[in-house]
Design a protein around this ligand. Structure first.
Ligand SMILES: [Ca+2]
Ligand SMILES: [Ca+2]
Ligand SMILES: [Ca+2]
Length: 302
């Protein structure tokens, strides 16, 4: 197991062609210990467009790639290793890879990673191979040692994160590709502004009205979080809770020594170790549960 250097956060970028980062196909880039949060693009790759060779200990959440690859559009034709990463609540247009989109034939190797709750689906590859181990992948088409498909029990997530697919007004929105059926009284959040707005009517299809009004008409492409009924806390929190099936379920021989936050591995006494390796209690994904939420444990350490 290797060590974990400092983490980097890449947040709220909005660019054409790779919301946060565009990489040359031949760059041979490795990306470690990085948080990609709430980046978006009208093109492909809400956080990253390009062909990194590896992603390790990275978190991708709330990213939107409208054309494909809510978090990552991998444009390479080679091999991408994803290790100890979490992809949760990223979005793309219908059937173009809510988390990861690979338009070319390539090989993906997914280890110790959590890919769950991305919209409308998780991974889309045009062709090529995907192998996986000790990972939690929703609707997994990939069989591998230690691969599960089970609700990770995220701490606080909306029902869905989507975007407006045409310009709205100060009190109306037309939503793109959503899979959630919206009812009046649902709480939505527009542009991640922290303001709870209440749906007053579902006008037709994907058009809704809401209160209170925006200051400016909603532009095409603006992010919309559908929080559902009675939502109060509108902060996306992709940590997982006690009892998560991700706890003590990864492979300590291949996972990094420390988690994304620099926390040591923790053997949860309440959870049987279903992982592998010399240290068989490493958690799946980029966070290590500490008997309390990793974010809380991290802030207590500071
Ligand atoms: Ca929010
Ligand atoms: Ca653990
Ligand atoms: Ca345990």
């Amino acid at each position: 197991m290797g060590s974990t250097p400092n983490k980097t956060t890449v947040k709220k970028f909005n660019r054409e062609g790779g919301g946060a980062i565009s990489l040359d196909d031949t760059a041979g880039t490795t990306i470690d210990n990085c948080i990609f949060e709430n980046n978006e693009t009208v093109d492909s790759g809400g956080a990253i467009l390009g062909a990194p060779v590896s992603l390790t200990n990275c978190l991708f959440t709330g990213n939107i790639g409208q054309r494909g690859g809510g978090a990552l559009c991998y444009t390479g034709t080679d091999f991408l290793a994803i290790n100890a990463c979490t992809f949760g609540h990223n979005s793309s247009a219908a059937s173009t890879g809510g988390a990861v989109f690979c338009p070319e034939s390539c090989s993906l190797d997914i280890d110790n990673s959590l890919i769950y709750g991305n919209f409308p689906e998780q991974i889309l590859t045009s062709s090529g191979t995907v192998t996986a181990s000790f990972s939690n992948i929703q609707d997994r088409p990939y069989d591998g040692s230690g691969v599960i498909d089970a609700d990770p029990l995220y701490t606080n997530v909306p029902l869905e994160t989507t975007f407006a697919n045409s310009p709205g007004t100060t009190t109306t929105l037309v939503l793109g590709h959503k899979t959630t059926t919206i009812s009046p009284d649902y709480i939505i959040e527009i542009g991640d502004d922290g303001i709870a707005r209440t749906v007053t009517a579902v006008v037709s299809g994907d058009e809704i009205t809401f209160v209170p009004a925006l200051d400016e008409p909603a532009p095409e492409g603006i992010r919309v979080d559908i929080w559902g009924e009675n939502a109060i806390d509108l902060d996306l929190d992709i940590d997982f809770q006690a009892g998560s099936p991700c706890i003590d379920a990864a492979n300590g021989d291949t996972a990094p020594e420390l988690d994304l936050l620099g926390l040591a591995r923790y053997d949860d006494p309440d959870v049987a170790n279903t992982g592998s390796g010399e240290c068989d209690y490493v958690d799946i994904g980029c966070f290590e549960y500490q008997g309390q939420h990793p974010m809380v444990a991290r802030s207590n350490k500071d």
